[in-house]
Design a binder for this molecule. Structure first.
Ligand SMILES: [Zn+2]
Length: 113
């Protein structure tokens, strides 16, 4: 499962950050996930709990901030909001869009003690 490998890479970042910050426990992990990042949030929550088990982030709360998707429209010559890949331009209806935002996923913040 794709979300399992995402959760594992999140654990790596969490462990590195916790070490750097001197945390012995991590209570909350905040992720930023673009709407176009093709991440199943519910599947990721499940994998997160499984992967964090036995780590210093066991039982940590997973907070997710979704960032909107955007694309460059060749017709309008500007960036427009899109809900999904393959959407048409909401302004002019053009299919000539190039996704330029909302595809990334990163660990935004950690809350530890
Ligand atoms: Zn357009």
């Amino acid at each position: 499962m794709h979300e399992m490998s995402i959760a594992e890479s999140v654990l790596g970042i969490v462990e590195d950050t916790a070490r750097r910050e001197g945390f012995s426990r991590v209570k909350e992990v905040r992720l930023e996930i673009g709407r176009l990042a093709a991440v199943e949030v519910e599947a990721l929550r499940f994998c997160f709990d499984v992967v964090m088990r036995g780590s210093l982030a066991e039982g940590a709360c997973l907070a997710i901030d979704e960032t909107p998707g955007t694309a460059w429209c060749f017709g309008c010559g500007t960036t427009v909001p899109v809900q999904a890949r393959g959407d048409l331009c909401p302004r002019c209806g053009s299919a000539q869009l190039q996704v330029n935002g909302g595809t990334e996923m990163r660990v935004k913040d950690l809350l530890g003690t």
